[in-house]
Design a protein around this ligand. Structure first.
Ligand SMILES: Cc1ncc(COP(=O)(O)O)c(C=O)c1O
Length: 468
């Protein structure tokens, strides 16, 4: 009751609260040596609640536009609490038939939602990084097989480097996964046609056609973080098919383009990929942490991750043991919040949310375009608006430093939340609209905030927080 009541108050204030926590040093009262004797649970929880009240970033709220982060829908959040209460081990049908059934149903619904082939295999992960890891691990197994080697058994010893090709949109998490897989981050070769990272399709074709390359892994990005750009997935699928390559698509948030007829063409051809990753805690708006990996080959998927021991039992292709399809064995029953949010809001609810966010992104782009002191740096293809502060009388040489300071000051003030990035060689902002709570009144704060703080910085007056 204590936590439920406190959480209700926290959530009730979320729409209007500053995103940045009040405390610069959150949780200082929680530190100290390990207590020899415990206090009672209520006292421990009270200390945590008080630290959370002063120190939690209101990232579940409507004005957190940094990175690409969703909040938790009411159904998703409540089911996530239930998941902890039930404390299921989502390993196999012995450990939790409930978790297995819900994951099976949920993955089927997600394939329907995104228009992916129903016969594909899938598994819930902790996020898109681990979904990329999962897809690329299966790709690595496939690649080893092309060389007559069972990589899961004998590793990569004696094999040539694994060729990995991508556009300049390749996300850091895919590189991280390549490192974890022993393929190596440096093996990724990116072919960018320009400073935005756009794919040089001809260069990719040439690399795949080079007979020294052999079987290769191609990674497409659907929804690049700075401007929301998409690689040409259908063209990449053509090349992958022609040259016998594995196509993995990192669609952490971009897969949601498939839900609206207005943006579906952005992921055209994705059903021809061999593996696809997407996040749950971004645009699906389930609480952290949740991602999904889809694989076109259920057998290869199972061979990559299965682990056997006499006491464990197993699943089969019709009733997969999801602990044998995931990097981990013991797993949280993440499917419960995903099932609940899909059941509560349905395909139409998600389509309405995505389309509202697309409209909000265009609303922001229009506001940026209407201001002479702001410069939009990229087309708005989805839900990210990339722009910078560019006062007419400012020197080009000042702009990067000015926008960098401005990004820091926007975070420091914390009313709307997004920092700076570097896009096409310029320091810029890239607010992303993903939270189910976000409304036009939240979007409408972005441009005035940037202009006000930008002018204060140029005038040498330190920005102060506006009264809420
Ligand atoms: C394109 C892309 N891939 C992967 C990731 C990593 O996702 P996660 O942080 O959920 O692991 C992100 C996160 O922003 C992303 O935008």
């Amino acid at each position: 009751m204590l936590v439920a009541e406190d959480a209700a108050g926290y959530l009730g204030r979320l729409d209007d609260a500053p995103v940045r926590p009040l405390s610069a040093e959150p949780g200082a009262a929680l530190a100290g040596p390990l207590p020899a004797d415990g206090v009672d649970a209520l006292a421990a929880l009270r200390a945590l609640l008080s630290a959370a009240d002063e120190g939690a970033t209101r990232s579940a709220g409507p004005r957190f536009f940094h990175f690409v982060m969703g909040g938790g829908t009411p159904a998703g959040l409540a089911a996530d609490w239930l998941t902890s209460a039930l404390d299921q081990i989502a390993f196999n049908w012995v450990s939790s038939p409930l978790a297995m059934r819900v994951e099976q149903v949920t993955l089927g619904w997600l394939k329907e939602l995104f228009g992916l082939p129903l016969e594909w295999s899938g598994v819930l992960t902790s996020g898109a990084t681990m979904a990329n890891f999962t897809g690329l691990a299966v790709a690595r197994r496939w690649w080893g097989q092309q060389h007559g080697v069972d990589v899961e058994q004998t590793g990569l010893i004696g094999l040539p480097p694994v060729p990995v090709f991508a556009s300049g949109h390749l996300h850091a998490s895919a590189l991280k996964a390549l490192g974890q897989l022993g393929i190596g981050r440096a093996q990724a070769r990116t072919f960018a046609a320009d400073v935005t990272g756009r794919l040089d399709l001809g260069a990719l074709a040439a690399a795949l056609a080079d007979e020294r390359t052999g079987p290769a892994i191609v990674i497409a990005t659907a929804g690049e973080v700075n401007a929301g750009a998409f690689d040409p997935i259908a063209d990449m699928a053509d090349l992958a098919e022609a040259h016998g390559a594995w196509l993995h698509v990192d669609a952490a948030f971009g897969l949601f383009a498939a839900i609206s007829p207005s943006t579906r063409q952005l992921v055209r051809g994705i059903e021809r990929a061999r593996s696809v990753s997407v996040d749950g805690h971004k645009w699906l708006n389930v609480p952290y942490d949740c991602g999904v990996a889809f694989i076109d080959d259920p057998v290869l998927h199972h061979e990559t991750f299965s682990a056997s021991a006499a006491y464990l039992g197993s699943g089969d292709l019709d009733r997969p043991a999801f602990g044998n399809l995931a990097p981990e064995m013991s797993r949280r029953a993440r499917a419960l919040p995903v099932w609940a949010t899909l059941r509560a809001y349905g395909r139409n609810g998600y389509r309405a949310m995505v389309e509202r966010h697309l409209a909000l992104a265009h609303r922001l782009a229009d506001q940026v375009d209407a201001e002479p002191d702001l410069e939009r740096l990229a087309d708005v293809v989805l839900n990210v608006v990339c722009f910078r502060y560019h006062p007419l009388d400012a020197l080009d040489s000042e702009l990067d430093a000015l926008n960098h300071r401005l990004g820091d000051a926007v975070l420091e003030e914390g009313q709307v939340y997004f920092g700076s990035t570097v896009y096409a060689g310029h320091v810029a902002f890239r607010p992303a609209v993903v939270n189910w709570r976000t409304q036009s009144r939240d979007i409408d704060l972005i441009v005035p905030t940037v202009l006000r703080i930008g002018r204060q910085l140029r005038a040498g007056t330190r920005p102060t927080r506006d009264p809420a």
